[in-house]
Write a new protein. Structure first.
Length: 261
């Protein structure tokens, strides 16, 4: 695929020594840091063309996702008192477009490319990974203008794949705390401590064109408020280890403002 720097990242050559070395390096970074970055993953020309394609859509068709929420994006957490400090509220604001609005772009080409899903599966040590059967939720482009942020949350999928298309003037940093909870232990007191600013977190600086993959289901993370005239623009690509996954109508409405493509 000519939009990707496959000379540096040979994900189209799964039988090559270079491919296996890349997979091993990504696995090592995941183990050490809870994430890995591939700078320059998207060719500069593809990056320029992608911004030219998405910017008019963002300007005219984006859903303004602005809401007050807790870290779980859920009104009720069973077993947790409504006034527990882990449920304190924060504000998120961004502008979202979806795959069905930018079909044929580099974003949807990458999302639908079987070699890319296979590469991610190899890194995550899974037999296979599949794009969602959902052209609203599967691949998105999110834009954050001055003062806007994606506040603390956990993801629904085990891991999250992002591609930074444009870095902001200032702010807009990816900040995270890995393994804050587990399937066995929700660690509500730890979540409360994070929200109260009592825990050390990690900032992950990125340049435009960088692919980032992190384990988002148990890693608390956010995008800090953007500052300045240049917005932050990034794509989010969501895969699951079983085919046919879709968001509910309620989730579609809450995150994207509509329930059908």
């Amino acid at each position: 695929m000519d939009i990707i720097d496959t000379a540096t990242y040979p994900i189209d050559q799964p039988d090559s020594p270079a491919y296996h070395a890349l997979v091993e390096q990504c696995r090592a970074d995941l183990a050490d840091n809870g994430l890995f970055n591939l700078p320059g993953f998207l060719h500069p020309e593809a990056l320029r063309e992608t911004l030219e394609r998405v910017n008019p859509v963002i300007a005219t068709e984006a859903f303004v996702h602005r809401r007050i929420h807790n870290i779980y994006f859920k009104k009720i957490i069973l077993g947790l008192a409504p006034d527990h400090p882990a449920l304190q509220l924060r504000q998120t604001a961004n502008h979202t477009i979806c795959a069905d609005q930018i079909e044929g772009s580099a974003i949807t080409q990458l999302y639908d490319w079987p070699a890319f899903a296979s590469f991610l599966a190899d890194v995550m040590q899974k037999s296979a990974l599949f794009p969602m059967d959902d052209r609203i939720a599967g691949a998105n482009v999110m834009t954050y203008y001055d003062g806007e942020a994606l506040n603390w949350h956990f993801d629904r999928s085990e891991f999250t794949t992002t591609l930074l298309l444009q870095a902001p003037s200032a702010g807009g940093a990816f900040e995270y705390l890995r393994d804050l909870r587990s399937e066995e232990d929700p660690n509500y007191d730890g979540v409360a401590a994070l929200l109260n600013g009592e825990l050390d977190t990690t900032l992950c600086p990125q340049d435009a064109g960088t692919l980032n993959v992190f384990r988002g289901v148990n890693t608390a993370h956010r995008v800090t408020p953007v500052e300045g005239e240049i917005p932050r623009i990034n794509a989010i690509l969501t895969y699951f280890d079983a085919p046919g996954r879709k968001f509910s109508a309620e989730e579609h409405l809450g995150f994207y403002g509509r329930t059908t493509p």
